[in-house]
Design a protein around this ligand. Structure first.
Ligand code: BGC
Length: 775
């Protein structure tokens, strides 16, 4: 009944506001357009058009969903004011839309680029920007307006199900790579949505879990990357996260969405919720979370009612509306761009193939096992994933691509011969297992259960060792939103362990080498088995051309130049965050958050970030813990020497230069990292060192040298002082450490740094004190 009254009022208002002289978006001022909008129109605009199966206005949903089928959402069109619907679509590894349309023989495949973790592992901002340009071109040419990416939450724990979409355990890497991605995508005149703001570091109970984090850890670790991305790339939009932060939903948190994001960082764009995120539509408007996606009738009603009974000041709603209109004004849809539906997929396939090789990390390479020697022709290919290569993760981070090049195909394309009998047995096994498992899969967006590793008999392995020149063993993992990974997924399975050992024993006995390829989205256990094979290549999930990219690296066509943007711990429990993380608790909330009562289950209903600022290498290096592979680590087919390191200080800017020379036999690129140690680190409870700048060299030929220059502002040396609500630079003698990884420091320089303080708002406080890890 109530709904009828609202729509009647809306209809009358619309009637009275029609006719000549009605303000039009783009022609009249925004204030005039907003002035002409009815309350109902404003409420529609801030709420989105809904999602089929979940919500209300079916005529509008029907029409807008046809714009770009498979896109995640649209804004609400208001024709009489010249406001079009604009299209919002996922996601980080490429545009996610439906590849096929009813009654249409054309296809709408998009390029599946490498996952975020791989892109970050390139440490190459220019490269990531160029990948972003290609992704943005597909957004533009398929008629979408805003890409729901990049995703840059911190890798707090190896088991987070979405780490593959995210970049790093370090906020500087996350922020710089995100900024490069945003610049690239937005250079096409389409928008981005940096997500998930903020502290969405676990998938377990993601719509209702409360992250308890100190203001210091927030500012230094969890928000820093967003701050960098906002300041260095001006994303059109920000997507708030699902979770609570210190007792308040992030989408309802004014301190986060307004005081910090806009007042402190100067963000000028629009904020939208994650899909169905948060509970209280009025609180979201007040917080500065301008748009609720995909939109529910009850949210629309709450906003109309909120204004009517005074809970929501219409001036606030007008501000939300204004930000949405400012976003719409920039879009291709508003500008009437005639998209082709024919992006150059061939050119983009070449971009993803090449970029993927740059983010692969060579973890081990004994006695030059890689690149494969010129006389290696016959390859024995083990591991299910070799034949069923994983391009990326599942859920909204997936891309509907036309094909995925498996390692099998990549090797064949590169001229290698792969044993047919072995291939046939793997393919037959995979077919049966996948059919069996697909019967259990409930929803398309849930992570896949992959077939267990196939048992290969000792006899078959011996035969392979006799006839093949080398063994390749692929170990694969996949994950996606809604669920965190299990400890069993971090460790190798028994089947994997025995295959690896049996293959290595047989091949080594025959004097042949064994190479492991990791086709993974997040960290796995390596310490217990890494001594077994001759070489290990972490290929990540390398997009649709993955098999070709891996073959390019194995064959030596490309020299690996990726480095880890996260630590590989010895054991999963070694990460400080593992003491407070949902371990093997398979709890996932409903798709539509019912905002049910909060219970009190540790790590499900709330998670205490007790490790505080000691995330990743900040923990392992400060507390002297052994790791399997450190942050920043990665080998090359060549070697590099560092020389003539120097630091100069000029007006609060520290410039470190170092000469890097290729001392090996093949061309290669080196990632140079600059860490800084504060003088009072131990007393002031600071990490032993923190990354402050990084760069990747151009390709250096054997014998070639280049000077790498890295700059740090004095302000970037500040730590957050909660008592003073300020960023504080302690004066004194700082160490500037030039490294090839966090544990391979090539030169230690020193410089005097002056005191400095920058006040901030005293916000986002813990509701209750927590016992925090201290140095
Ligand atoms: C994800 C977002 C995504 C949205 C729209 C949500 O489930 O968390 O990252 O952009 O869906 O597909």
């Amino acid at each position: 009944m109530k709904k009828n009254i609202i729509s009647m009022a809306a209809a009358m208002a619309v009637l009275s506001a029609c006719g000549p002289g009605v303000p039009q978006l783009g022609k009249s001022s925004l204030d005039e357009v907003i002035g002409a909008m009815t309350l109902e129109e404003k409420a529609h605009l801030v709420v989105g058009t809904g999602m089929a199966g979940f919500s209300g206005d079916s005529a509008v949903i029907g029409a807008t969903k046809k714009l770009v089928p498979g896109a995640a959402g649209t804004t609400y069109p208001i024709e009489r004011l010249g406001i079009p619907a604009v299209v919002l679509a996922d996601g980080p590894a490429g545009l996610r839309i439906d590849p096929k349309r009813e009654g249409d023989s054309a296809t709408y495949y998009c390029t599946h680029f490498p996952i975020g973790t791989l892109l970050a592992s390139t440490w190459d901002q220019e490269l990531v920007e160029s990948v972003g340009r290609s992704i943005g071109n597909e957004v533009l040419e398929y008629g979408a307006d805003v890409l729901l990416a990049p995703a840059l939450n911190i890798h707090r724990n190896p088991l987070c199900g979405r780490n593959f979409e995210y970049y790093s355990e370090d906020p500087l890497v996350s922020g710089k790579i995100a900024a490069a991605y945003v610049r690239g995508v937005q250079s096409n005149g389409v928008g981005t949505s940096i997500k998930h703001f903020a502290v969405n570091n676990q998938e377990t109970n993601r719509m209702a879990t409360d992250a308890h984090v100190s203001p210091r850890a927030l500012r230094e670790i969890y928000l820093k990357g967003f701050e960098i991305a906002v300041k260095e790339s001006a994303p059109w939009t920000v997507m708030s996260s699902y979770n609570y932060l210190n007792g308040v939903y992030t989408s309802e948190n004014k301190e986060l969405q307004t005081t910090m994001l806009r007042d402190e960082w100067g963000f000028k764009g629009m904020v939208m919720t994650d899909w169905f995120g948060g509970k209280d539509a009025v609180a979201q408007m007040v917080a500065g979370n301008d748009m609720l996606q995909p939109g529910l009738p009850k949210q629309y009603e709450a906003i109309v009612k909120g204004v009517q009974d005074g809970a929501l000041d219409e001036a606030i709603l007008n501000q939300n509306v204004k930000r949405i209109l400012e976003m719409i004004l920039q879009t291709p849809h508003f500008k009437g761009y005639k998209y082709s539906n024919k992006p150059d997929l061939k050119a983009h396939a070449a971009v993803t193939r090449q970029s993927a090789t740059e983010g692969m990390v060579l973890l081990k390479n004994d006695n030059g096992a890689l690149p494969l020697a010129a006389d290696v022709k016959n390859v024995a290919l083990f591991g299910c994933t070799s034949y069923d290569f994983i391009a990326g993760g599942t859920g909204s981070g997936n891309v509907n691509r036309a094909y995925t090049v498996s390692l099998l195909d990549g090797l064949k394309n590169a001229g290698y011969v792969v044993d047919e009998a072995l291939k046939n047995s793997y393919e037959a096994y995979l077919k049966t297992e996948k059919e069996r498992l697909s019967k259990d899969k409930k929803e398309w967006f849930m992570p896949d259960t992959r077939p267990a590793e196939m048992a290969v008999s000792a006899q078959v392995i011996r035969e392979q060792a006799a006839k093949a020149d080398v063994a390749l063993v692929t170990l694969g993992r996949t994950s996606g939103e809604f669920l965190d990974r299990m400890v069993a997924d971090f460790n190798l399975t028994k089947e994997e362990q025995s295959m690896l050992k049996a293959v290595s024993d047989a091949f080594h006995a025959a004097g042949k080498k064994v190479v492991v390829v990791l086709n993974i989205g997040g960290v796995i256990e390596t310490a217990s088995w890494k001594s077994v094979p001759d070489a290990i290549l972490c290929a990540w999930q390398a997009g649709q051309e993955g098999g070709n990219s891996v073959a390019d690296v194995l064959s030596g066509k490309a020299s690996p130049s990726g480095k880890l943007t996260m630590t590989f711990p010895v054991k999963f429990e070694d990460a400080a965050s593992s003491a407070n993380f949902p371990i093997d608790m398979r709890v996932s909330t409903d798709l539509v958050n019912k905002g049910g009562k909060k219970n009190d289950v540790k790590d499900v209903d709330y998670t205490n970030y007790e490790e505080d600022i000691y995330v990743g290498y900040r923990y392992f290096d400060t507390f002297g813990k052994q790791v399997s592979y450190p942050f920043g680590y990665g080998l090359s087919y060549t070697t590099f020497a560092y020389d003539k390191a120097a630091v100069k200080s000029d007006n609060g800017v520290y410039t470190v230069s170092v000469e890097v020379k290729n001392t090996g036999k093949v061309a290669g690129k080196e990632v140079v990292q600059l860490y800084v140690s504060a003088p009072d680190a131990a007393d002031a409870n600071k990490p032993e060192k923190e990354l402050k700048a990084f760069a990747k060299t151009k390709e250096l030929k054997p014998g070639e040298a280049t000077v790498v220059t890295l700059k740090v502002n004095a302000a970037d040396l500040a730590s957050y002082d909660e008592a003073a609500s300020a960023w504080v630079v302690t004066p004194g003698n700082y160490k500037f450490l030039v490294g090839a990884s966090s544990r391979d420091i090539k030169a230690t320089l020193e410089a005097e740094v002056a005191a400095a303080t920058q006040k901030t708002n005293n916000i986002l406080k813990l509701q209750e004190p927590m016992s925090l890890l201290k140095r």
